[in-house]
Write a protein that binds this ligand. Structure first.
Ligand code: COA
Length: 276
């Protein structure tokens, strides 16, 4: 029987995520289970440990599939396929997801096709120089204030390919730094558990994106992450120079196959793989 998961189920979702080696990410789970629809199975009965789970977040033009996990002791028996097929029955199309290498065969079996790729980059405390910050300021990059919010949501909608205003507003509420430029670009920095994420980053071009990321990284300490579409190689190279290392390239997959939504020329860092 497929269970509907709510925010009350976040602890057993994070427990299952940990069983496949994923970190505990309380902020992400709150957003996922409050904004999206969680599905799971449990042979331990109501409230017991989950054997499988997946979360679908519907935006106005797409639906993102995330956190697809089957307990390692139960993998390879069709549980992942059964759960995902059930979750997708009423899902808006296209359904999109970023796949791990473990998940890609399952998604292909269910009709998902790769349509783009992102590079996952992670490291510790960026070394943003005073010169880089001065360049960003000279380009008109500044901290955002409340009056920028509508423009940020509109810029994200155009670049991402549909409104996800509820999710992005919630992320803006928990962000510790948001910067904007004079061309309608922006970068968001927020905490996801022990990790700081910079994304989404929307900008006219890669130079503008680099200036926004530098400004967003000012004062950041600890582990941070940015996921750059392969169409933003200069930004990826720049953040490698700030100390981030490649943790792999992940396909963006779509069912049915379709061109990537939005304007990827302006979408330089995604929000998180779970959110698109
Ligand atoms: C990915 C995952 C959810 C798959 O769940 P699962 O229950 O083991 O998968 P299933 O047994 O339902 O397999 C589904 C289909 O994919 C195929 N498949 C699964 N893993 C495969 C692999 N490594 N190579 C080739 N085919 C594979 C199966 O043969 C099956 O096809 P079929 O139904 O036509 O026989 C599970 O391996 C997992 O939790 N991995 C760790 C977390 C992770 O990376 N999740 C994906 C995040 S994007």
């Amino acid at each position: 029987m497929v269970l509907q998961l709510s925010y009350a189920d976040a602890p057993r979702c994070t427990d299952l995520a940990q069983r496949v080696g994923w970190p505990r990410e309380p902020a992400k789970w709150r957003l996922l289970l409050e904004m999206g629809r969680g599905f799971g199975t449990s042979s331990a009965g109501a409230g017991g440990a989950l054997d499988s789970m997946v979360v679908l977040t519907a935006y106005d033009a797409t639906c993102f599939v995330a956190m697809m996990v089957v307990d390692p002791d139960q993998q390879g028996r069709g549980l992942g396929r059964t759960l995902l097929e059930a979750a997708l029955v009423d899902a808006p199309e296209p359904a999109l997801l970023y796949a791990t290498s473990a998940g890609e065969p399952l998604y292909r079996r269910l009709g998902f096709q790769p349509i783009d790729h992102v590079v996952k980059l992670e490291g510790v405390t960026p070394d943003v120089t005073a010169a880089a910050l001065a360049t960003a300021r000279a380009r008109g990059v500044r901290p955002a204030d409340a009056s920028d919010r509508d423009a940020i949501l509109r810029a994200d909608e155009a670049a991402f390919g549909g409104s996800r205003a509820a999710l992005l507003s919630a992320i803006l509420d928990l962000a510790d730094r948001v910067v904007v430029d004079e061309q309608g670009g922006f970068a968001v920095r927020y905490h996801n558990g022990a990790l700081t994420v910079i994304g989404p980053v929307v900008a006219d071009d890669e130079d503008a994106a680099i200036a926004l990321v530098d400004a967003a990284g000012e004062g950041l300490s600890g582990t941070w992450r940015l996921d750059a579409p392969v169409s933003s190689p200069l930004l990826a190279a720049h953040v490698r120079g700030l100390g981030l290392a490649d943790l792999g390239t992940f396909p963006l997959m779509s069912r049915p196959a379709a061109p990537p939504p939005g304007d990827r020329r302006r979408y330089h860092a995604i929000c998180l793989q779970a959110f698109g």
